[in-house]
Design a protein around this ligand. Structure first.
Ligand code: 5GP
Length: 119
C-alpha cells in the first residue's frame, strides 16, 4: 500500500492540523488521541512515511526503528504508565481496524484496560 500524504497524521506532522503533543524528537511524535478510550490514551508515530508496523519493520532504517521504539518507551515511562501497566496496540489494515494509514502505537493506561480482543 502506498503512503498517503493526506492522512491525518501526516497533516499533524506537517503542522497543518493541531495535536496535543506530549513528546517529540528526531524520530517520533507523541500526542493525545482525539477519541481517548482510557484515562491516558496517547499515540506515538514515527516521523517517516510508513503505512503500518509491517511496513516500518521491513523498510525503515535501524536508526529509525531504534529511535522510534526508544521514544515509545520514554513516553510510557514519562507518562507514569509502567508501574501500574498499560496496553500498546498497533492496528494494521482492514482486519486490524486501522483507520489512519500512518504507523502508530496506541498507549492506553490509567485504569485496567478490558479484554485484549472483543467482537
Ligand atoms: P487506528 O484505528 O488507525 O489504530 O487509530 C487511529 C486513532 O487516531 C483513533 O484512535 C482516533 O481516535 C485517532 N485520531 C483520528 N483522527 C485524529 C486527529 O485528528 N487527532 C488525534 N489526536 N487523533 C486522531
Amino acid at each position: 500500500m502506498a503512503y498517503d500524504d493526506n492522512n491525518v497524521f501526516a497533516k499533524i506532522l506537517r503542522g497543518d492540523i493541531p495535536a496535543k503533543k506530549v513528546y517529540e524528537d528526531d524520530f517520533a511524535l507523541a500526542f493525545h488521541d482525539i477519541g481517548a478510550k482510557a484515562p491516558v490514551h496517547v499515540l506515538v508515530i514515527p516521523k517517516g512515511k510508513y503505512v503500518s508496523i509491517a511496513d516500518f519493520g521491513a523498510t525503515a532504517s535501524e536508526k529509525e526503528i531504534a529511535g522510534f521504539y526508544r521514544a515509545v518507551s520514554k513516553v510510557a515511562n514519562d507518562l507514569g504508565l509502567v508501574k501500574e501497566g498499560f496496553r500498546s496496540i498497533a492496528n494494521t489494515g482492514i482486519n486490524g481496524g486501522q483507520e489512519v494509514p500512518h504507523f502508530h502505537v496506541h498507549l492506553l493506561g490509567g485504569k485496567k484496560i478490558g479484554p485484549m480482543v472483543s467482537d
